[in-house]
Design a protein around this ligand. Structure first.
Ligand code: SF4
Ligand code: FES
Length: 140
């Protein structure tokens, strides 16, 4: 069953987190540990950094699980000018850019970042749900 999308706000920025899309790449907790702290019940605390700092770290979230909306008039995320797809070792395809996904006759918008299942076993296709780790998927 899909888990609900979470929202965390400061006066300057609204951060949303889709747990169904997170692949635990940890770019967020490494990038801003004062904001993203999985040891806390309220694990995203946008009041602990500037909106620019938070946006910059969210741009590095490879799965698109983290998104934001600026409430301070700052710029929205600009998709990469050149779309790209990158196969990660033993893991998903990382897609970036303003691309659309056609899946089961449905067009899914990709907001610049997504991790797509490459092992074929995800229960959240077309997105990766980390099943590749459990099954020991191997691919260069
Ligand atoms: S996939 Fe995104 S939200 Fe999940 S741990 Fe990595 S950076 Fe954080
Ligand atoms: S590649 Fe991650 S679940 Fe398939």
């Amino acid at each position: 069953m899909a888990r609900r999308i979470q929202e965390y706000r400061s006066e300057a920025i609204s951060v949303t987190f889709d747990p169904n899309r997170c692949i635990h790449a940890a770019r967020c907790v490494q990038g801003l540990p004062g904001v993203f702290d999985v040891g806390e019940r309220r694990w995203v605390r946008p009041e602990n950094a500037t909106a620019d700092e938070i946006a910059e770290v969210i741009h590095r979230c490879p799965s698109g699980a983290l998104q934001y909306e600026r409430l301070d008039g700052g710029p929205a995320e600009a998709p990469d000018e050149t779309p790209s797809i990158f196969p990660s070792r033993n893991g998903p395809y990382y897609v970036r850019g303003a691309v659309e996904l056609l899946y089961n006759d449905e067009i899914l918008p990709v907001i610049n970042r997504a991790a797509l299942c490459r092992c074929g076993q995800s229960e959240n296709k077309p997105f990766c749900d980390n099943t590749h780790r459990r099954i020991g998927f191997e691919a260069e």
